[in-house]
Design a protein around this ligand. Structure first.
Ligand code: FAD
Length: 458
């Protein structure tokens, strides 16, 4: 007998969030998670500790009544600080308003909070150390191995949601039934999580109001201010080759890399070599999927459906937006879960494909120290935004601080970039130091162009 509950595979960020969205509509669910309960145990597996959450992610949390969590437990940053390879330091403001912040959030605490929230509804039951093994997508019969007893548990559900992340077993099983195809995007990059501890007075060793970035072509370090004066850093480096994730095996090689690429950072990282070999590390992978559902029975969501590279810090944000879009569709289709399973991918996939491509391209943006043209483009982009806020928005704010559909944000970015590049090629914006004359020239050049552009927020 199938139950009227929804089966959710994966109690990660998305599995536990979607359970709350369903519970708000009176829909019960069972969550199965292969790991131990994250609320009782150390975070198992190789996961990053600190994450950036922006508007789309915050909206997902607000939708299940967790707006206080964002104000109380995140660290907002308005700007990023770029430490160029020539020693220059550049500060760049992300947006134009006080609420335009990137917020650091602790992954484990967030996941714990989401699970508590789901279970507090009284409509969600969680089963830990239950690993999904097999699935009959037509009947809804699904089997899990209970990793404590090694018994197999088989249940039947009318609806199954695969929220089991990048290496989703639900997706693999659907692929085995020739229901979908997965495209694996191997970017040949990996990451290592490192730490800049607090100073002796428990204060940040670098400015705590900024995301810090050290672009070094093949290597990028990103530092997020975290709790207690720490910075959690991600070092992105090639998967293989000289001084790569695969080839660095000794403390001497770690020090060699830091002496060559990050000499000023090394003194701030007293536990560098220990952290390098003991903290989270992995290859970076991304996937796209041909489709996300099997009829009205099985649906993929979150990283299971569209894991993206982390160069725009939008993976979780996009996944949380998945949940709000799902919820909007439940409104649109009168709580008809079966209908939503069948239409969800059509609504959502263009946007996740777009952010996947954009995130991949962003590597070239964040890996290089800004040059003269970069500065000019940045200045023009922001000046035009200031002058025509209803018609123009730079890429980063569109993605991070708005809920403009991601596919539209990407298309507009491409169009805006073409306009900017043509403007820069004219050479007329090059040498203007005075902001007022800069604005006048921008007006003279861009007024006729902007007159032909549709407003963004129509
Ligand atoms: C280095 C790095 C940095 C990142 N930084 C950011 C950032 O700053 N901001 C941002 O927005 N995003 C970031 N991301 C992306 C973010 O981590 C993911 O998008 C997010 O974790 C996806 O959530 P999820 O619930 O879909 O998958 P997961 O978080 O992976 O959860 C899946 C869950 O399913 C469980 N599971 C797997 N297989 C099975 C099975 N067979 N049976 C039962 N359970 C199973 C897993 O144990 C896990 O708990 C980053 C990613 C990386 C790699």
């Amino acid at each position: 007998m199938s139950t009227n509950k929804v089966c959710i595979v994966g109690a990660g960020l998305v599995g536990s969030m979607i359970a709350s969205y369903l519970a708000q509509r009176g829909i019960s669910s069972d969550i199965y998670e292969k790991r131990t309960d994250i609320r009782k145990d150390f975070l198992s597996g190789n996961r990053t500790i600190a994450m950036s959450i922006s508007y789309r992610g915050v909206k997902g949390l607000n939708g299940i009544g967790l707006s206080d969590f964002v104000t109380d437990h995140t660290i907002p940053k308005h700007s990023r600080m770029v430490h160029c390879d020539n020693g220059k330091i550049i500060s760049q403001k992300y947006g134009s308003k006080a609420e335009h912040t990137i917020n650091t959030i602790d992954r484990k605490f967030l996941n714990q909070t989401l699970l508590n929230k789901a279970e507090q509804s009284g409509l969600v039951s969680s089963f830990f150390q239950h690993q999904c093994e097999s699935l009959n997508p037509d009947s809804g019969e699904i089997s899990f191995v209970d990793l404590t007893s090694l018994d197999t548990v088989t249940k039947k559900y009318n609806w199954i949601i695969g929220a089991d992340g990048l290496f989703s077993q639900v997706r693999n099983l659907l692929e085995g039934h020739k229901i979908l195809k997965t495209e694996y995007i191997d970017v040949h990059y990996g990451y290592r999580e490192l730490l800049i501890p607090a100073d002796h007075n428990n204060r940040y060793q670098l400015e705590g109001d900024f995301v810090h970035v050290w672009p070094r072509d093949k290597y990028i370090m990103v530092g997020l201010p975290s709790n207690n004066g720490k910075f959690t850093c991600n070092l992105f480096l090639p998967s293989d080759g000289e001084l790569s994730l695969a080839s660095i095996q000794t403390e001497e090689q770690v020090l060699e890399l830091f002496n060559k690429k990050f000499p000023l950072l090394k003194p701030l990282m007293p536990t560098l070599t220990y952290d390098y070999f003991n903290n989270a590390a992995s290859n970076i992978n991304a996937i796209k999927c041909s489709n996300w559902n099997h009829k009205d029975k099985v649906l993929l969501i979150g990283d299971a459906a569209h894991a993206i590279v982390p160069y725009f810090a939008m993976g979780m944000n996009t996944c949380f937006e998945d949940c709000t879009i799902f919820d909007n569709l439940m409104d649109k289709y009168d709580n008809d879960l079966s209908k939503v399973f069948t239409v969800y991918g059509q609504y959502r996939k263009p946007d996740t494909d777009a952010i996947s491509d954009l995130s991949y391209k962003n590597f070239s943006e964040i890996s290089k120290s800004p040059d003269k043209n970069y500065h000019l483009k940045w200045k023009l982009d922001r000046t035009i935004w200031d002058m025509y806020p209803e018609k123009w928005m730079p890429c980063y704010p569109m993605v991070a601080f708005s809920d403009i559909p991601l596919s539209i944000a990407v298309t507009r970015t491409e169009a805006q970039n073409d306009i900017l590049m043509q403007a820069i090629e004219t050479g007329q914006f090059d040498q203007i130091s005075n902001d007022e004359s800069f604005k006048q020239i921008v007006h003279a050049y861009f007024d006729p162009i902007l007159n032909t552009i549709e407003p963004i927020f129509a």
